[in-house]
Design a protein around this ligand. Sequence first.
Ligand code: ZN
Length: 339
Amino acid sequence: MKRPLAAAAAGLLAAGVLAVSAAGPVSVASAGTAVPAGGADSVAAPAVAPAEAITPLEVAEVAPGVFVHEAPFALIAPANRGDIANLGFVVGDEAVAVIDTGGSRAVGDALLAAVREHTDKPVRYVVNTHVHPDHLAGNAAFADGGAKIVGHHKLARALAARAPFYREQADRQLSPADAARSTFLPPDIAVEDTLRLDLGGRELVLEAHPTAHTDADLTVLDTATSTWFLGDLLFVGHLPTLDGSLTGWLAEMERLSERQVARVVPGHGPRSLAWPEALAPQRRYLSRIASDVRTLIAEGQSISAAADSAGLSERDAWALFDEFNPRNATTAFQELEWE
Ligand SMILES: [Zn+2]
């Protein structure tokens, strides 16, 4: 099934075409605004805030030259600024590649500050593991410095379709300032099958996967240390979220589990885990959803019954179960009712 690791990347996409404007609700005060005679108390705050001090994201070196930020289990909220997905970077002899950039520009800036605590080498690539905003809303922090954004060949299309919704969602979930600065930059380089990125004496192997968690899942293998960034193809502790194909994900897990690697980094969960042991809980949960939903469909039950009851035996095993399980069950029902 697998084609050889020849660089099968497509050409450059039209960078920027799909970028979403960061225009926010804050308007810039005109320079001629009169200051009321009442004094300093009534002077409006400057429309352009002074540059805020950036606190580097906390990262750990899980293997030589491989750094991972382990994010908390949470929904995006103003207080966490969108820092809810694991992020990482790999340092080569000449350059750095960043893997995912966080749920806001602020998180991207903090990740860049973390990179700078460990190396002065340029960030040449940003790899996005998939379309979800908690993994890519910080892209511009690196693109502004010249990094090329790399993603699955279906990422640009998925992002274009969803950007208006993601923009509206950011406005709801982040502070106005963080929402206004966050963008959803599309990839400059599309991965059709596999692509090797050279960081100087160190090679990353990127692999585009068939529809599973989403329709644009991409993994990153650091060959030097056999560290495999799985993005949201792997959740550990945090309930898996289904936005692609349940049967596709179950099938892809079988293929992934046959690989031999030293460690994996999940999109949500502990920063470094043994493989394939780390896959067992997710495989159990998704298999349970599939069998529960198939049973409900066979009984002629409704989709809302599936949302209420499918997978409930897994409830105590996962963080954010109530937040995501009903939607997973609904998505699974829509897919499996056509079997
Ligand atoms: Zn995701």
